[in-house]
Design a protein around this ligand. Structure first.
Ligand code: 13P
Length: 352
């Protein structure tokens, strides 16, 4: 390991492996900002304008997290990504680690507009990253995640500047995360709101992922001690082909992207759900795993070399549980979460 002390490298590799093994286990992403979790709770509650004090809201966030963390199904969930409030203020890492679930932390802060192309986001958070991640490690975190949204349409987006800025900050994040002893998860999240077709989405996924790993090589990131959290390539919501695109085509496109752009040393792939419906994100995850399971050994894409392909879902796991929890049905929320986690586990084995 040219850039890491052997003990640190060993720990990074062990943690990265534990997040995606046994095959099917995946991550629960609970790293929404305070504003985002508040708006999700409010919309699940469905009572527009219901007034809570700030202290009541904080307590509600804490109770929602606690309810699910204490009952997460350990057969299906390997790790949880926490927002810093949950990790550092509520000190909830031990609830998870005592149950054998690995706590992680969100590392990025906010996105700012890219000056040359202000509609495109440039993710922030590098300046004080090392001390923040060291504090997270002291609170029990063993991995971290940085999300880089990439806009995508049929012609003008993303710009080369946006791709370079996001790839550069993801790689710098990954190197700093390993410096703090935390497994980095690099998250290129290619948007599907516009008019790109599936081929264009594949092209942009391959491009950004290839650029990220070129920069990771430049910064000496230990790939075996890292994971990637990509979006699924798919036609945009404004492209006519979207409703008629078979799920098998998404599965093949996803496997193609990964085979062409993720180095074989990377420990695992954990997809984001990105606002897809509960049924779509499970179907896409299943479809890519079916492609891999059924790939002939002489397939030109060498799909047998891909690592485990699992999930790191937020909305795709907790939506139905949240609906029940806001109505006071804690047991129903726990059962709903377990049902979703089991479906994701099966999909991550291509058995859904
Ligand atoms: P979703 O699965 O809700 O997209 O959340 C995953 C995540 O961590 C986004 O950064």
């Amino acid at each position: 390991y040219p850039h890491h002390p052997p003990a640190v490298a060993k720990l990074l590799i062990e943690t990265a492996q534990a997040l995606v093994n046994p095959r099917g286990k995946g991550i629960y992403a609970t790293d929404e900002t305070i504003d985002d979790i508040e708006s999700r709770l409010a919309s699940a509650e469905g009572i527009v304008g219901k007034l809570y004090t700030n202290a009541e809201k904080r307590d509600r966030r804490r109770r929602f997290r606690q309810c699910l963390y204490e009952s997460l199904p350990t057969d299906y969930i390997s790790g949880v990504i926490l927002y810093h409030e949950t990790l550092l203020d509520f000190q909830m890492g031990p609830i998870l680690s005592n149950r054998g679930i690995i706590p992680g932390v969100r590392a990025d802060t906010n996105a700012h507009p890219l000056p040359i192309s202000p509609s495109e986001p440039a993710t922030q958070g590098l300046d004080d990253l090392l001390p923040r991640l060291r504090a997270a490690a002291r609170a029990g975190a063993r991995f971290s995640k940085w999300r880089a949204p990439i806009l995508c349409n049929s012609s003008t987006l993303p710009t080369q500047a946006a791709l370079e800025a996001q790839a550069e900050s993801l790689a710098r994040f990954a190197a700093i995360s390993q410096q703090a002893g935390l497994v980095p998860i690099v998250e290129p999240d290619v948007d599907f709101a516009e008019d790109a077709n599936l081929q264009r989405s594949v092209e942009i996924h391959v491009k950004i992922i290839t650029m990220i790993y070129a920069r990771c090589a430049a910064y000496g990131v230990l790939l075996e001690g890292s994971l990637i959290k990509p979006s699924f390539p798919q036609p945009g919501l404004k492209h006519a082909s979207r409703p008629n695109t078979p799920v098998e085509a998404i599965g093949l496109a996803t496997a193609t992207v990964l085979a062409r752009s993720v180095p074989v040393a990377v420990a695992g792939v954990v997809f984001l759900s990105g606002g897809l419906s509960d049924s779509d994100c499970v179907q896409y995850l299943n479809a890519v795993n079916v492609v891999v399971n059924n790939a002939p050994s002489n397939s030109p894409l060498c799909l047998s070399r891909l690592p485990n392909l699992s999930f790191s879902f937020g909305r795709g796991l907790q939506g139905s549980a949240m609906q029940k929890w806001v109505r006071g049905d804690e047991d129903g929320a726990k059962a709903a979460f377990e049902e979703r986690a089991k479906a994701c586990f099966s999909a991550a084995r291509g058995e859904a």
